[in-house]
Design a protein around this ligand. Sequence first.
Ligand code: CUK
Ligand code: CUA
Ligand code: CA
Length: 612
Amino acid sequence: MKMKTVLLVLLTIAGTIAGLQFAGCQSIGATSARTWAAEKVYVAPGEHDKYYGFLSGGQSGSVFVVGIPSGRLIREVPIFEPRAAVGYAVHPNDPRRKELEATGGAWGDTHHPVPSETNGVYDGKYLWINDLANGRVARVRLDVFETDKIVKIPNMQGAHGIAALSPNTKYIFVNGEFEQPTDGLVTNPDPYTSVVAFLDPESMAVKFQVRVNGNIDIADSSKDGRYAFSTVYNLEQGKDADAMFQYDRDAVVAIDVPAAEKAVAEGKARIQNGVPVIDPKEVPGVMTLIPVPKNPHGINATPDGKYVIASGKLSPTVTIIDAKTLKIVAEPEVGLGPLHTTFDNRGNAFTSLFLDSQVVKWDIDKAIAGAADYIVDRIDVHYNIGHLQAVGGETMDPKGDYLLALNKLSKDQYLPVGPELPEAQELIDISGEKMRMLLAFPTPPEPHDAVFMPAETLRGKVKQTFDLAPEAIAEGKESVMRTGPKLVKVNMTLIRSAYTPHQLDVREGDEVTLTITNVETIRDMTHGFALPDHSLNIALPPGATKTITFTAGKPGVYWYYCTNFCSALHLEMRGRMVVHPKDRTLTLTDWSPAQNVKGKAIPGVPSTGAER
Ligand code: CUK
Ligand code: CUA
Ligand code: CA
């Protein structure tokens, strides 16, 4: 990213010089277009971007946070995969790692980042994201940019579409992509259905589910919170691709949320795996099927709340549905392979065209009125666009300035890096009548969706340090205690440039429970605790406390050390774990003086010498 910025600076300077020297005799148009684009995305060193961009990491299992318009990567938030870089879920006993393993595995496929909303705009509290692979949803706290909760959704495989119920995030609703036996039993794989699950945003408990025939795909909410909309592309209930595109029309399903709540309250739902499941066949009025062509994909509510727009995928059309009456009002042609639609603040829609590798801009009112000139502009992207997102396009306050195209292939756009090439996104200026390409930047595989949040939304909300947890270890309260024949409890603190205690004496096979607090009070003063040959790597931002239990390995001396550069004495920040043979009696003399570099005695250590 730094390189990119440097290049942009050079481009800008080169462009300016070229413009000065060759004015009137060279291709000024091309030069000034480059200069204009470079200036639009150039954010000088030390300056901040205007927007946070939250990009789903696909099978990287994470969320990438980039600055917009610069495209600079400023954070990766690991969610469904271990990440040594931030000491996330690395050790098999790490509580988060255990949670991952217990809910489907230590990998995931994140597609759709969904921020919490208040009054129809992002409030900067939470961001949810699905794991398509393992039927899970995770929540990221935006005050610390860390994963905070992961839940497995019962009766569901393949959590795909996900949306917050507008305008105040009453629920998070999630679509099950892959159908499951309706009775929940493997003895009878047919008939099979999917469910839309409604989760409480705070507890993330699944409050109820609604059964849908056919695979459900993408989700969006009506702006008034009445309907949860989803696309269904396999009304045929086919089991292979051929069988899935027999019908000319599949459907958009609109779930009437108050009607569903009422059905649950009246006991009309059946409990399956602990969750009330409503079968709309038994409770008329809960679900409306709106027939739309053909294997539809994206569904997007317009910012004014009037319409929802389903993108045709196998039909060159989008279907505009009145969000109150649920009647189809128009089906304009937009191009080949329409997938997703986003919006500006001037009544325009932008639809991604997977097959045409284009973004098409079209005028919603003109399309509904049947005007011939509803297509406003088209721009080529490189290549095969999936999602696209304009800033604020999912909210009631679209900004109409930037749009990001998230492309599945980049072909010849970057230096070749083996048979597989980078995936890329392209930032497009949408402030004028014509769209203008500004910037391309790759991220690790695989870009799916993105949302953008004004920097002001998070200003003052992002914490400087972690709040101390109840189990936090205070300076002076460090200890090493033997709590059983094979159990050792270590309470440790970290501060530049020392571990307290800086020596642990244990025996092979001891189960060591380590609680560590980083007692720094300065922002960004993160320390690590890496223990060789024990698969143990923890990172602790200031104020953070983590607890982990591990088994002491073969007899030997293992240096634990700090992985995060913290001061000139960073490399000196270390301590050692002495693993004694199983049968050794540890007497007082076997224990180290257990003084840390600040000269503090470690309470609890001498008393443990009298063990056995
Ligand atoms: S989506 Cu997830 S596979 Cu968000 Cu268009 Cu394609
Ligand atoms: Cu602490 Cu490096
Ligand atoms: Ca179909």
